[in-house]
Design a protein around this ligand. Structure first.
Ligand code: ATP
Ligand code: MG
Length: 245
């Protein structure tokens, strides 16, 4: 896929695959075009050439934006329930489901709060509840766990992995955290330095499922893969520093 903003090239020939039920991560330097690539997949950005075919109806694709897209005039419950109402769930059932998901994400007691009256991490969790409650077939996530504290983060991540594995949901995750990328994914793609960024390499992760995201860091394949990804990502970042010098 080739993508540009007003003639400024961002991605050129960037190509990746997510098989049904696979958890795939996308890592790369800041500004390389990861968020742009996700936006192109859900159709918010039109590629200059190439396609981004998910093979799924729009209501089966969920997106967690880097900046959450909650409606400020709706409460946490109403925001989560709205996602369900849009796929035809009646309002009582939607409210009930919303509360269940908010509870799973540690937000009991916050159901009636407006997004501006909760912390950044709590807002992220409301947005996550909104997407997960709809049980989409494919979820695109743009650094969804970045602002969570360590304990909540490991719980949320564990919940997401369990749900994704049991429901057969495919995930395309953008993250700057290489450990997170490896421990959660079946494959990690490295996007090169922009402009004209393309996929440098795909790394398959041979850690079996079902996974415990914490224990998978102890798997013998983890450390060598992490070292390799770190080295390759560093090269991309250095490459930019050299160009800027
Ligand atoms: N709406 C826009 N209009 C013009 N240029 C944009 C727009 N959005 C992003 N860009 C540019 O496109 C490039 C890729 O941006 P993008 O947000 O996709 O990067 P990213 O890999 O997600 O970075 P980060 O890791 O910092 O989130 C950057 O150079 C950015 O400045
Ligand atoms: Mg981004």
């Amino acid at each position: 896929m080739t993508l540009s903003y007003g003639g400024e090239p961002v991605l050129e020939g960037a190509s990746l695959d997510v098989e049904p039920g696979q958890f795939v991560s996308l890592v790369g330097p800041s500004g390389s075009g990861k968020s742009s690539l996700l936006r192109a997949v859900i159709g918010l950005q039109r590629p200059l050439s190439g396609t981004t075919d998910t093979g799924l109806p729009a209501n089966q694709v969920g997106m967690l934006f880097q900046d959450d897209a909650l409606l400020p005039w709706k409460t946490a419950r109403e925001n989560v329930a709205l996602g369900l109402r849009l796929i035809g769930v009646n309002s009582q059932a939607a409210d009930r489901e919303a509360d269940i998901w908010l509870a799973r994400l540690g937000l009991t007691g916050f159901e009636n709060r407006y997004p501006r009256h909760v912390s950044g991490g709590q807002r992220k969790r409301i947005a996550l509840a909104q997407v997960l409650a709809r049980k989409p077939k494919l979820i695109l996530m743009d650094e969804p766990f970045a602002s969570l504290d360590a304990i909540v983060r490991s719980r949320v991540v564990k919940d997401v992995v369990a749900l994704v594995e049991s429901e057969g949901i495919s995930v395309l995750l953008v993250t700057h955290d290489l450990e997170e990328a490896i421990s959660l994914s079946d494959a990690v793609y490295l996007l090169g330095q922009g402009p004209r960024a393309h996929i440098i390499q795909r790394y398959d992760v041979p850690i079996p499922r079902p996974r415990d995201p914490v224990k998978s860091r102890l798997h013998p394949a983890f450390t060598p893969l992490h070292a390799k990804l770190w080295e390759d990502l560093s090269k991309e970042v250095d490459h930019r520093a050299e160009e800027a010098a």
